[in-house]
Ligand binder design. Sequence first.
Ligand code: FES
Length: 343
Amino acid sequence: MFKVTIQPSGHNFDVAENETVLDAALRHSVDLSYGCRSGACGTCLGNIISGEVRYETEPVALDEEMISSGKALFCMAIPVSDLVIGAEELDELADIEIRNLRCRVEQKDRLNHDVISLKIKLAGDERLQYHAGQYIEFILEDGKRRAFSIANAPHKDELIELHIRHVDGGVFTDFLFEEMPDKSMLRMEGPFGSFYLREKTERPVLLVGGGTGFGPIKAIIEHAIYVGLTQPFHIFMGVRALRDLYMDDLVQEWLKNNKNISFTPVLSAPADEDKWQGETGYVHEIVAKTFKDLSGFDIYLCGPPPMINAAVEQFMKQGAKKENMFSDAFEYSEDALKALEGK
Ligand code: FES
């Protein structure tokens, strides 16, 4: 195992066997710039101040002259000794580039009766740099936009996974669910949003979601596991009935392998056939009942605006600090709202 030290920050981290400098940096929550993660774009270019690296395949964006002047592409460079490298670390959000890109629908899977997982791939093998919990927007042909949270962690970014609920009469989700041919090309922009995991604190974390709010929670948990965070992560998911929950196998796997993660589903209107023995009511009420003092938590809220508003109001009464609460409200688009209202 080799050690990489970054200048000028002085941060350092270990690199596993055959691991690239970039992969190891991301695994240790060190944000270096990247784009394609395949040696083509040059975004991850930096300096080798001391030590040596090797490449499994020759990176397109690096020539002999660059190598002899001490340059390296960290997305492909595998250390063969301890390294000191010159690279700027990103200042969380400020330095993450918002990009407008074409993408192709690679996979569409049903997750429950009204939610699909849509996996998209960026054109030209691009990769999108983002923080766990952020969202992207699809730009439709008429220029309208639809926002969806990214449901996978940044280290596994070959495909971008989105969880999308079907809204009857919502033009875009009708199209996605019913008409969209395989391999359709779409245009997207992102990443956006300040709803992302603050990984440099050690406070226990509350993740409170409604419906497809599970998507960004999934991205955050996958990232927390990947970077080895050990503080408690309490997930509370609010849905109407049992059939609205999804990805239970994945949740059970998290619980089995990570003692610091807990999961509490809360049903607001369980069906008779659910034979539900668990928590019922509004999800924020169950959180408030479980943790009387919320002053020490980082709190992440994602779901419909009424859920978020009610949660913020209640949680502040119980000591939650505004600066440690982050939310991502899923606003319905105008056409979806009209459809819901029967207009
Ligand atoms: S060359 Fe594109 S991220 Fe490394």
